[in-house]
Design a protein around this ligand. Structure first.
Ligand code: SF4
Length: 229
């Protein structure tokens, strides 16, 4: 069961601004850019990021309309796999986290009524976990290509067709506890800045960009976090 640590993350100010919901023509943009630079330096100095990835690859024995069956009589309730990766041969399951330190610092800022710093640091954490998920996907895609396969785009519990309750099964399928990730009773991951995903592997997998997801999203007209092509 692969566990990867010490992963370099790309944290771009523009991405932090997007995650903080600060738009291009906002009057706050210049002040935010300065604060983000200072916060990024403090994140480095205090080593607030502890990125880690746990992943495992399972053979798929059957892709049904409502669930996918894996080796060792494991099943995952997800209708998306049938609709987007019906020809998948394997399923990669991954959990990624940046650890608890950054969100503890966010809480400190809010407790001290420093909501500006708290909000921007929280956005830095979101960009860090996004970047980590991209790293995990890149590793899985490279592994797949070594076997002449492709990796489809990641799917996460909580997406339409993939109930959030499946988060319990997803965390059973990787050594999540070894990277310090657990679930609250609501199936939300602890630390909060964590992400789980499954990736279909096989010949000719379907992929999509975040901009394509946002373009199809019902919130795209108002969502401050949307990604445009
Ligand atoms: S537009 Fe939809 S998919 Fe895109 S970031 Fe916003 S909520 Fe997420």
């Amino acid at each position: 069961m692969p566990i990867i640590r010490d992963i370099p993350l790309s944290l771009k100010t523009k991405e932090v601004l997007r995650r903080a919901g600060i738009r291009e023509h906002s009057k706050l943009r210049s002040k935010a850019e300065t604060s983000i630079c200072e916060l990024l330096a403090s994140v480095d100095e205090a080593r607030l990021l502890e990125p880690a990835i746990a992943y495992e690859i399972y053979l798929i024995t059957k892709v049904g309309k409502r669930q996918v069956s894996l080796e060792d009589n494991i099943s995952l309730h997800c209708s998306l796999i049938h609709s987007v990766f019906p020809q998948a041969k394997e399923l990669a399951v991954a959990v990624c986290t940046i650890g608890p330190k950054l969100e503890e610092k966010v809480t400190d800022h809010f407790d001290r009524s420093e909501s500006w710093q708290g909000m921007l640091l929280d956005a830095i954490g979101s960009v860090a976990v996004d970047s980590l998920a991209r790293e995990a996907y890149g590793d899985i895609r490279r592994d797949a290509s070594l076997h002449g396969h492709q990796a489809g785009s990641p799917l996460s519990p909580g997406s339409p067709g993939f109930p959030i309750s499946e988060q319990w099964q997803v965390l059973n399928l990787v050594p999540a506890e070894e990277i310090g990730v657990s679930l609250a009773s609501t199936a939300i991951m602890i630390p909060r800045k964590s992400v789980s995903m499954v990736i279909g592997i096989g010949p000719q997998m379907t992929t999509w960009t975040q901009a394509e997801v946002c373009a199809r999203c019902s919130l795209s007209k108002t969502c401050p976090y949307r990604v445009q092509a």
